[in-house]
Design a protein around this ligand. Structure first.
Ligand code: IYR
Length: 242
């Protein structure tokens, strides 16, 4: 039998009595297709996404309306998920004081990461990106979106629910969020602050079933913002046809 992580499985040990699907069992309904009949839709999406870059220098002004962030998170929420469990939480931080606290936690850990936890080869591989433990973007970016995966769920009566493939589901949703932000003209940076998850979860008062997957600063680039001079692999390097 297939099991979830051992740790999660222990949390779910009381789930084996009274088997009920977490989705309601209802008759299926007709699928309405053909809402997007634009034949060059994919080409246009490619052109949009080709312009996406991870940036590390954000301007604090102008501050995008929260409603734009809401639209982007709505789009992310359309992602497919294991057994339609929708195992994600998006914490949107705009409060300057809270951003400062987040920055403090992350910089403290990143200092140890760069100097002790990361293999010297890892630090060497990052040299072209010109990063270090100082994370100005955590206080400069108008929004920080902390994406949590829910390792299990809780139903209304407090019963725990299995969240299948919660990491891959939340990662797919994060990809859709990046597309939506790009479509809204916003920039971001996918970060996965090593060893910071528990402290950030506690700071935000999030429950124990939520684990930090991605911390995403969001905003407009600062004037004069630069990025590494990267190229992307060609189609022939990433696609094999059989
Ligand atoms: N988390 C660190 C280090 C880092 C790791 C990778 I892999 C990157 O692509 C970039 C940075 C940091 O945020 O600095």
């Amino acid at each position: 039998r297939y099991n979830l992580d051992e740790e999660v499985e222990e949390d779910l040990a009381d789930l084996n009595d009274d088997l009920q699907p977490s989705l309601e069992e209802k008759p299926h309904v007709p699928f309405v297709s053909g809402q997007n009949l634009n034949p060059n839709g994919a080409q246009r999406l490619y052109e949009l996404m080709q312009g996406r870059r991870s940036i590390r220098s954000f301007s604090s002004h102008p501050k995008p309306d929260l409603s734009i962030i809401e639209d982007c998170i709505r789009a992310a929420g359309t992602a497919p998920s294991g057994a339609h469990t929708e195992p994600w939480t998006y914490c949107v931080v705009k409060d300057p004081e809270l951003k400062r606290s987040i920055r403090e936690i992350v910089e403290q850990e990143e200092l140890i990461n760069y100097s002790q936890r990361m293999h010297p080869q890892w630090v060497t591989d990052l040299r072209p990106l010109q990063t270090n433990h100082v994370k100005e973007y955590l206080t400069e970016a108008p929004y920080l979106i902390l994406i949590f995966k829910q390792t299990y769920g809780l139903s209304e009566n407090g019963k725990r629910r299995r969240h299948y493939y919660n990491e891959i589901s939340t990662s797919i949703a994060a990809g859709i969020l990046l597309c939506a932000l790009q479509a809204a003209g916003l920039s971001s940076l996918v970060t996965t602050p090593l060893n910071c998850g528990p402290a950030l979860r506690t700071l935000l008062g999030r429950p124990a079933n939520e684990k930090l997957l991605i911390l995403l600063p969001v905003g407009y680039p600062k004037d004069g913002c630069t990025v590494p001079d990267l190229t992307r692999k060609n189609l022939s390097d990433i696609m094999v046809t059989f």
